[in-house]
Write a protein that binds this ligand. Structure first.
Ligand code: ADP
Ligand code: ZN
Ligand code: ZN
Length: 759
């Protein structure tokens, strides 16, 4: 032990230093090595710790670190022989949690680029790149998955299973057909209620489970369809440019066979023993795609999306990392899957907004994916029927290669959009008489009909017609939506719930009315009107259980005539050949939206929704109901292609100096009062104002945000906008150190949003 006696004067300082070191380090084993760690806290810095000598310290492993009064998990980023901190402040890293790194040097570099580009705290960004399961101090478990195998069965037992429970029998047959058995994920796809069925089969000794590594099967022998000329040309051109980093935009109308082209490209990578990341907006919604990937690539893929548990996502991540599977099929965050032989990234529906992460660490998965491809010197393929204006602009500037597929391999082209003028027309549950007649016609012709209404609930407005009182949220600047089935008024922003009042709260009048139509009301109306057909509603409320959701999609797949109604969830990526008619019920609010993005979004929705119909062997029809049929944008939808409309919107943006011709960086603040939020933004503005002028960057605000009060907090924003990215970056580099020092607390919080979506 070191003696703590005061000693000779002058030695005092030395003593107190070593005393503190002794306090937190093992006294007889003073470390000579130091390391820098990332910790997931909202501070713009890394943290230095000492590491015991003798331990092998690997970059990318997690450690338990003493932090403030407790402990935090940190990722080791670099080793160094000395530290800038005074040695008495250095603490000793506790045990290492991983035998091998959980994050590769390449991903660390990508995360550091993200932290720098998106101006986010580096520790938080790094942890964002890990599966949630590994973000705490849980040890990475060895990879073990339960597999069920079939036992030899007495014919009499089999007969009884077959007779008494066709569902159990279906599971049994599937397990028998799989030489390596089936795991939970696979069984769930066969029957969402698999767990009970499997237990019953186990009890009958028909099956049993064991631990196993998933089988690495060869590619299936599923015969590849011949590509048509357009597909073939795009495929060949891409392949010839694939040797290095390159961005390819596959811009093909809905149903033109983009997926088939991705499959070919993926197949090519697999032949070269490379791995592929395949991103889609939302897999839970498209079980069809999963089936398609399985038919083509067997069990060589792992899935990762929000309907899986943390543990399941971790398993997928781990299987991909170990190379047990070659394809990672997943949503946004699957972009951070680790691989040391990644050959290709595919981003389907690249225009989709779900690729933006809007809370916590803000980033755009498409843009980060492009950076990742560049760092690895590999190709990346973006695909969409309605590419974002950003991507089209990048093609124009020859940053991306551009390929177009203008025809469907099936017989019929996507239908043109026809407007239904609903001025002075009485609507029943949001539908004009003409629309109802068309629906009737298609159902009678054995077609399926898709109706898009982007508003869930029964009615969006509840008010008193005597005094004008409206049911508003107590915590947000928003109306409450009536959900009749729940007999509740709900706020869609904060979840606030209230029982609908029977008399007006202000004047006591009993005539409270609701206005406007939501999907719930539409469903009710259509069920009454077309009682002989199933009505399938798909929105956030109706898919409380995902299993049920898959079953409903199964009804659709069977191709019987039915009505499908829903919010934007039904506009994405589905391929149901029996849909012969689609209609958008209400898109008018987009014409008057305060958001400059609204028209782009409307056009994308219109083309995506209309493109859901006529994919099979019958010509489709597509309608859009509007009270503004003469509006130039509505007119354009009926006459022009997506490309032409996109071009004209882009021209407008150029004139206004908006993205993609400018970059936007938004500082947002929220607090318990608007003054506090604005004050915080004023402080930020102080730091950057003079620099902004010299860099010629426009600074707008601070102003209250569009929806000023949300979830009980008042929100303001300060916007930087510049057509010159370099100047904007230079400005940020100069001012961010000062801004980062501005305190963000629970009571007054500020964040920065680079490439903000809206103004
Ligand atoms: P997209 O991804 O562009 O929406 P898909 O790849 O889903 O288009 O193709 C639409 C439909 O056309 C699918 O049912 C698919 O099986 C079929 N298809 C695609 N390519 C071909 C082809 N070359 N020959 C025949 N059918 C094809
Ligand atoms: Zn009233
Ligand atoms: Zn609310």
């Amino acid at each position: 032990m070191i003696a703590f006696s005061p000693g000779v004067p002058g030695d005092h300082l030395k003593f107190s230093v070593s005393r503190r070191v002794a306090y937190c380090l093992m006294p007889d084993k003073l470390p000579k090595r130091f390391a820098s760690f990332a910790i997931a806290i909202p501070l713009y810095q890394l943290f230095d710790y000492a590491i015991e000598e003798g331990n092998e310290a690997l970059v990318g492993t997690r450690y338990r670190l003493p932090f403030a009064q407790g402990y935090k998990t940190g990722i080791l980023l670099s080793l160094q022989d000395s530290v800038s901190l005074q040695s008495h402040r250095i603490r000793l890293a506790q045990e290492c949690l991983d035998a091998t790194p959980v994050i590769s040097k390449h991903l660390i570099a990508l995360a550091r680029w993200m932290a720098d580009y998106y101006l986010q705290p580096p520790g938080e960004v790094l942890f964002q790149c890990l599966p949630r399961y590994l973000r705490s101090s849980k040890p990475g478990k060895p990879h073990r998955v339960k597999y069920w195998h079939a036992n030899a069965l007495e014919p009499i037992v089999r007969k009884s299973i077959q007779r008494r429970s066709p569902k159990q029998h279906q599971i049994l047959l599937a397990i028998e057909a799989a030489p390596d058995g089936l795991n939970a994920i696979q069984l769930k796809l066969i029957n969402p209620g698999w767990a009970g069925l499997v237990r019953a089969l186990e009890a009958k000794k028909a099956i049993e489970w064991g631990w196993a590594k998933p089988p690495v099967s060869d590619h299936t022998s599923d015969k590849l369809p011949d590509l048509n000329t357009g597909q073939e040309q795009a495929y060949a051109a891409m392949n010839s440019r694939f040797g290095q980093f390159s961005v390819h935009l596959l811009d093909g109308i809905t149903g033109s066979g983009k997926t088939e082209v991705y499959f070919r490209l993926i197949h090519e990578q697999l032949m070269q023993q490379r791995q592929v990341i395949y991103l889609v907006p939302e897999i839970g919604l498209t079980p069809q795609l999963v089936d398609r990937v399985r038919r083509r690539f067997g069990e060589q893929f792992a899935l990762s999306h929000s309907a899986l548990t943390e543990r399941q996502r971790y398993d997928s991540w781990d299987r991909f990392r170990r190379g047990d599977v070659a394809i990672m099929l997943g949503t946004r965050s699957s972009l951070f899957s680790q691989s040391d032989r990644l050959g290709l990234i595919v981003i389907d529906e690249e225009h989709d907004h779900s690729y933006r992460q809007d809370d916590g660490i803000r980033y755009h998965a498409r843009d980060v994916a492009i950076k990742r491809a560049q760092m690895l010197d590999i190709p990346i393929v973006l695909g969409s029927a309605t590419p974002s204006l950003e991507s089209l602009n990048n093609c124009e500037r020859e940053h991306y290669y551009h390929y177009q597929l203008t025809q469907r391999p099936t017989r019929f082209a996507p239908p043109g959009i026809q407007l239904i003028d609903c001025r002075n027309v009485k609507l029943e549950y949001g539908c004009s008489n003409f629309l109802l007649c068309r629906i009737d016609h298609h159902l009678k012709q054995k077609g399926q009909v898709l109706l898009y209404l982007n508003r869930r609930g029964f009615a969006p407005v509840v008010m008193c017609h005597e005094c004008g009182w409206q049911a508003n949220c107590l915590h947000c600047d928003a109306r409450l939506t009536l959900h009749q089935s729940l007999n509740r008024l709900l706020c869609h922003h904060c979840g606030f719930v209230q029982t609908p009042p029977s008399v007006c709260i202000d004047c006591g009048n009993v005539g409270i009315k609701h206005y406007g139509i939501g999907t719930e009301q539409l469903e009710q109306g259509l069920k009454k009107r077309f009682p002989q057909y199933p009505v399938i509603r798909i929105d956030r409320d109706s898919i409380a259980s995902r299993d049920d959701f898959a079953q409903r999609l199964e009804t659709l797949r069977q191709g019987e005539p039915c009505l499908l109604i829903g919010t934007q969830m039904i506009a994405k990526g589905h391929d149901y050949p029996a849909i012969t008619m689609s209609a958008i019920l209400d898109a008018d609010q987009a014409l008057f939206s305060a958001s400059y993005r609204a028209s782009e979004a409307l056009v994308q929705t219109a083309f995506q929704v209309s493109g859901r119909s006529g994919r099979g062997d019958r010509q489709g029809e597509a309608y859009l109901q509007t009270s503004f049929p003469e509006h130039p944008l509505m007119q354009a939808l009926t006459q022009a292609s997506y490309r032409d409309i996109a071009r004209s919107i882009t021209r407008e943006r150029k004139m206004l100096g908006f993205p993609p011709y400018a970059r936007v960086v938004m500082f947002r603040a929220d607090a318990l009062s608007l003054e506090q939020a604005i004050q915080k933004l004023d402080a930020i503005k102080q730091c950057l104002q003079s620099c902004a002028i010299s860099h010629q960057v426009k600074c707008i605000g601070p102003i209250p945000a569009l929806m000023t009060r949300r979830i009980g907090r008042y929100r303001g924003q300060l916007c930087l906008i510049s057509a010159d990215t370099r100047r904007l970056r230079a400005l940020l580099r100069e001012v961010m150190p000062d801004i980062e020092a501005i305190k963000s607390s629970q009571s007054v919080k500020w964040v920065v949003d680079v490439d903000a979506f809206d103004l």
